[in-house]
Design a protein around this ligand. Structure first.
Ligand code: FE2
Length: 405
């Protein structure tokens, strides 16, 4: 069932489509204290703290840590000066995702095409080089405070070399060599892997009434296609509701569901997010893919990751619901140990193509904004629609505890 995000076949399209995405190059977070955030993501989620770009490497405005796991690359950036945009954005939004960057063949051409398709530019093409190679970046704005950067790489900065542990970009250096705490946490993580492979999908929350606007943006600007559609009758509890449409890149490399709040008796979790995010759209969650949900969640729980807990009634109904669906469509029943799934609090859902296992963390920072999902797919390509009711009831319980319902 394993699936990689980079298809060698995609290389054949090199000359035809400037918006062909090769990979998720990285996801950049703006955080209040990158050095400390690096240890949080390393300790709780098993990321390697690989490289740093800071004063010691000639970066005078910001400090950035590169964290990696499987084919996931996170950049954690903090401003070193009051004027740096990371500092200003952290003041307004708290820690969160700033940039979902895509590797492309030619960043300048991708940016030109996206801008001619109607995108607003966030950064004009810029090339940084040293003796090892060069990187060209150019960015467009998407919803709220989020941007998409196109990244093209050459020389020893090409993505295959980076994936093998080569330096990420000019002005970065390896951290292992300085030893100490980084060395010991990286060593621990190698011995006790969390098994996270790549970004499966990435969900944005936008304002009420704006979902279709952003669906059209991804169709027009990045030439994405609609992948699945849920309406608010599917995704609602007695008190809160949302509407969601899933956009996917041409090669299904990345899927980006877009949520908007829908009216409910109490405050929806989308609206709660927006209220703690300056009423500005942003990334609600990153779903990280594993091939072994039980081992991943067991290890993450050992590390103290705080997951959403489910109503007790969930496991009374789940096997009937899931296995009936699987049998109806000629698929084998869920093979993972049912007791372990229950003990670890993992969610299960099925559709006509198979099943999936998933679990959601609580917010990763003090504000109830960004969280992670840990997902394993066994045929199913959907997003756990059947779990939304159970999930929303759990989320509402959390909202009530925060006094935000
Ligand atoms: Fe998700």
């Amino acid at each position: 069932m394993s699936q990689t995000t980079t298809s060698p076949a995609s290389l054949s399209g090199k000359t035809t489509d400037p918006l062909q995405l090769i990979d998720v190059d990285h996801v950049r977070f703006y955080v209040g204290n990158a050095k400390q955030a690096a240890f949080f993501y390393a300790h709780c989620f098993g990321f390697q703290i690989e490289e740093v770009s800071d004063l010691t490497t000639g970066s005078r405005e910001a400090a950035t840590y590169l964290l990696t796991q499987g084919n996931i690359r996170f950049l954690l950036t903090s401003g070193l000066t009051a004027e740096h945009p990371a500092n200003m954005e952290v003041a307004i939004y708290g820690d969160g995702v700033k940039d979902v960057a895509f590797t492309v063949f030619d960043a300048e051409k991708a940016w030109e095409k996206a801008v001619s398709n109607g995108a607003a530019s966030a950064q004009e093409p810029r090339t940084v080089s040293d003796e090892r190679g060069s990187i060209t970046t150019a960015s467009i704005r998407t919803y709220g405070r989020v941007v998409h950067t196109f990244v093209s790489r050459s020389g020893q900065y090409d993505l295959p070399t980076v994936k093998k542990g080569g330096l990420f970009a000019p002005r970065f250096k390896k951290l292992e060599s300085i030893g100490g705490a980084v060395l010991s946490i990286n060593e621990h993580n190698r011995r006790h892997p969390c098994g996270l492979k790549y970004v499966d999908h990435l969900v944005g929350n936008v304002e009420e009434g704006k979902m279709n606007h952003w669906v059209k943006f991804y169709e027009d600007v990045l030439e994405f296609k609609m992948f699945k559609h849920f309406d608010d009758a599917d995704i609602s509890t007695e008190y809160s509701a949302l509407m969601s449409k899933v956009m996917a890149s041409g090669n299904n490399l990345i899927k980006m569901p877009i949520n908007e709040p829908a009216p409910g008796k109490k405050k929806s979790q989308i609206l709660e997010y927006l209220e703690w995010h300056n009423m500005t759209p942003g990334v609600q969650h990153l779903a990280l893919r594993t091939d072994d949900e039980i081992s991943s969640v067991a290890e993450l729980r050992r590390r103290g990751v705080d997951f959403l807990s489910l109503p007790d009634t969930y496991y009374e109904r789940v096997w009937d619901r899931v296995n009936t669906m699987l049998t109806q469509h000629g698929h084998k029943a869920v093979k993972e140990d049912h007791t372990k799934i229950k003990d670890l609090g993992i969610l299960v859902d099925a559709d006509d193509e198979g099943y999936l296992l998933q679990l959601f963390t609580k917010p990763l920072q003090d504000r109830p904004t960004l969280f992670f999902e840990i997902i394993c797919r066994r045929g199913s390509q959907s997003f756990g629609k059947g779990n939304f009711k159970a999930l929303f009831e759990a989320l509402e319980l959390e909202q009530e505890r925060r006094g935000n319902l």
